[in-house]
Design a protein around this ligand. Structure first.
Ligand code: CP
Ligand code: NVA
Length: 303
């Protein structure tokens, strides 16, 4: 049995398996085929934070596969009402796979250490592996092969950025991160990235123009992630020069724009870029369904 807690947990070949399965199932889906590969399989979905894409994509894909999903929000008291070890061992008796969106990555690690069913990280403060799988899936649709391509991350080196760094390392995609002093990857993250793919080099700069020059994809995310609301004023000031706008995109005329969403239009990105001809945000969000379907099928087949 396997879990998907960070992309470091997967080999390059396993990532390829997941993306290939997701691709095949998306092609079938587009032809109107929803083969019930896992009839009556149940996913428990624990949410400690808000969600649109993650919640709906996992719920829908379980239905497509012939199963179902149970939405477990505040009322189940994850991490509050009973110890994580008890929560995990009990839930494992009742469902076939668990997806958790948690405030603290350590809680997901602890949950998985007691679980007897596969556990999927649906976003923590540390990383967001499902998002990165869907992003590579989308890059393949946009660019063909992603080999040797360059992804420029502009803004906070956050949970989404870390997962992108891990998957870019595994798949040989160049990545540049432009973030202000104090908001780039810290030493612990850099070590995690280096351990994931020794020899892969991440470009780090404080200059957004330098990062996007030669980029095939420009990616940003909110400056204030869920849980960081108390730092809003400080962060908005620190990131003021890191907005993805028409002037920045003019430095990479071929590049697509990506964002995990939800976006704060007028802060990290302008309306012009969000709605512009090079924006891939809607396709990217839709691919959460397909890439994660590949991951769920892969995990259920590993049991
Ligand atoms: N990108 C993403 O995970 O979206 P949600 O927060 O809506 O799930
Ligand atoms: N970095 C954002 C991503 C939301 C999908 C957050 O953690 O809130």
């Amino acid at each position: 049995m396997r879990h998907l807690l960070t992309l470091k947990d997967l080999t390059t070949a396993e990532i390829e398996d997941i993306l290939r399965t997701g691709r095949e199932l998306k092609d079938q889906y587009l032809q109107g085929i929803r083969e019930p590969l896992f009839p009556a399989c149940v996913m428990g979905m624990i949410f400690e934070k808000q969600s649109l894409r993650t919640r709906v994509s996992f719920d829908a894909l379980m239905t497509h596969l012939g199963g179902s999903a149970i939405f477990l929000a505040d009322e189940v008291g994850f991490g509050k009402r009973e110890p994580v070890c008890d929560f995990s061992r009990v839930l494992s008796q009742m469902v076939d796979v668990v997806m958790i969106r948690a405030k603290h990555h350590e809680d997901v690690e602890e949950f998985a250490s007691y679980a007897t069913v596969p556990v999927i990280n649906g976003l923590t403060d540390f990383c967001h592996p499902c998002q990165a799988l869907a992003d590579i899936f989308t890059m393949r649709e946009l660019l063909g092969s992603e080999k040797g391509r360059k992804l420029a991350w502009v803004g906070d080196a956050n949970n989404v950025a870390l997962s992108l760094a891990l998957i870019c390392g595994k798949l040989g995609i160049r990545m540049a991160v432009a973030a202000p002093e104090g908001y780039t990857f810290d030493d612990e993250h850099l070590q995690f990235i280096a351990d994931n793919q020794p020899g892969w080099e991440l470009e780090i700069t404080h200059d957004p123009v330098e990062a996007v020059t030669g980029a095939d994809v420009v990616y940003t995310d909110v400056w204030v992630s869920m849980g960081q609301e108390a730092e809003k004023a400080k962060r908005e000031q620190a990131f003021a020069d890191y907005q993805v706008n028409g002037a920045l995109m003019a430095h990479c005329p071929q590049a697509y724009f990506m964002h995990c969403l939800p976006a704060r239009r007028g802060l990290e990105v302008t309306d012009e870029v969000m709605c512009g001809p090079r924006s891939a945000i809607v396709q990217e969000a839709g691919n959460r369904l397909h890439a994660q379907k590949g991951a769920v099928v892969w995990l259920l087949n590993q049991r």
